[in-house]
Structure formats: structure tokens, C-alpha cells
Design a protein around this ligand. Structure first.
Ligand code: B16
Ligand code: MG
Length: 217
């Protein structure tokens, strides 16, 4: 049987949330309102455009589409500068080992990330070749919780959705996996993530064997 593992990027393989936070905060500072780490939690797994809308809601600011596009671009320039220094040392504990072991067991591996910068990040981390397929924010028209990103990933690795297991740290991503008919491992806090088939604090807390068992039972 063909099996597939589909991985979210930010929060599962690498912690880029801290860099998103610095860049969004810089934008909020420039616009003259406060943006906290707690506010940043609302942006995890959410697309860039939607993130900006949430940020502007927090600041109580209304802008034209052109202005919004300009600000999203500005934030991304700062963000890209910040992630320019990423190396393999930034891979979250256990993630690379897990990817390699899964590949050794002939499991097909796909990326299912909302980030338009995902290919750049994987290249910086030096793990892009471990993925049989990469679906990122440039290839989807509907954001999570819509299952499009994961369904496209499954299609690209030629594995049916019911034989795919998704690894996700955001609630919207867990919902997307479920809507796509896929099982899901939540990465993070069990009390905060609802609807995953199993939740573990990080990729170093699950083995490939456990993941296969979860998929098959
Ligand atoms: P970009 P993921 C998501 O990555 C991040 O969690 C989210 O905070 C970010 O806004 C989104 O990517 C878009 O990122 O601005 O680089 O296109 O968790 O889906 O891997
Ligand atoms: Mg994520």
C-alpha cells in the first residue's frame, strides 16, 4: 500500500513564527498600535493576506486594497531578510530524523504549507530534497481550513487521502486535514488543538512506526 505523510512547515519543521512576529510588529509600530505575541498566535497557519487583515482589525485601521498590498509586501521584505540566516540548526528537534526514516520506509513525503516562502525556507534548511512534492501558498487558491493544500499534496505524491497522514500545528490545518478525509497528528499543546487523531509536543515525540500504526488503525 502506498502511504503518504504531509507536513506543514512553520511550527512543525521550523519555528518561523518568531520572525513573522518581528516583521508584523515592525509594521504595527509603524502604523502606531501595539501588537503582542498573544496577537501573533492568531496569525499561525493563516495566509499573509488574512494575517494582515487580522493585524489591521487589531489596530482598528481600514485601508484600500492597494495600501494593503503595499503593506503585505513591506512586511514580507522584512520577513525574508530575517529568515535569510536560517540554517539546518533551525530545524525543530526530531523533524529531519523523522523525514529520513519515513523516506527509508518508502513513505511518500509532501509539504503542505500556507507560506509563499516555503521553497526558500526548505532550501535554507537544506532539506528540500527530502520532499517528493511541495505545495506552498503560491499553488493554492483557498487557505486552510480548506483542504486544498493537502489534497493537492496527496495528488502530487499519488497517494489517496485516506492513506495520508498530516502533521500540523495550527487548528485551521487540523480542520483542513479532516475535511480532506485525512488523519492528522497535532504538533503542540493537546489542550489547545482540537480534532487531531493524536497530539504530541514535537516531532521528536513520535516515531515513524507510531505514525504508520495511527494511519492503519
Ligand atoms: P508567507 P505554515 C504559515 O506557514 C505561517 O504559519 C503563517 O504565520 C504565515 O502567515 C503563512 O505561512 C504565510 O506565510 O507570508 O511566508 O507566505 O504554518 O502553513 O507552514
Ligand atoms: Mg504551521
Amino acid at each position: 500500500m502506498n502511504r503518504g505523510f504531509i507536513f506543514d512547515l512553520d511550527g512543525v519543521i521550523v519555528d518561523t513564527a518568531k520572525f513573522h512576529f518581528i516583521a508584523w510588529k515592525r509594521l504595527a509600530d509603524q502604523l502606531g498600535f501595539e501588537f503582542t505575541e498573544e496577537d501573533n498566535e492568531r496569525l499561525k497557519g493563516v495566509s499573509r493576506t488574512r494575517s494582515l487583515e487580522i493585524l489591521l482589525e487589531i489596530g482598528g485601521i481600514e485601508l484600500s486594497e492597494d495600501e494593503k498590498q503595499h503593506l503585505a509586501q513591506q512586511k514580507n521584505e522584512w520577513y525574508v531578510e530575517l529568515i535569510g540566516g536560517l540554517t539546518s540548526n533551525d530545524i525543530l528537534p526530531g523533524a529531519e530524523k523523522f523525514l529520513k526514516e519515513a523516506a527509508d520506509q518508502s513513505i511518500k513525503i509532501a509539504l503542505g504549507s500556507a507560506s509563499k516562502n516555503a521553497p526558500y525556507i526548505l532550501e535554507k534548511l537544506g532539506i528540500d530534497r527530502l520532499f517528493d512534492a511541495q505545495i506552498d501558498g503560491t499553488q493554492v487558491s483557498k487557505a486552510k481550513p480548506d483542504p486544498e493544500v493537502f489534497l493537492k499534496g496527496a495528488e502530487k505524491i499519488h497517494v489517496s487521502p485516506q492513506n495520508c497522514l498530516v502533521f500540523e500545528d495550527a487548528q485551521a490545518g487540523i480542520e483542513a486535514a479532516r475535511r480532506g478525509g485525512m488523519k492528522c497528528v497535532g504538533i503542540g499543546n493537546n489542550a489547545l488543538l482540537k480534532g487531531a487523531d493524536l497530539t504530541v509536543p514535537g516531532m521528536d515525540k513520535i516515531t515513524v512506526k507510531q505514525a504508520i500504526e495511527l494511519l492503519e488503525n
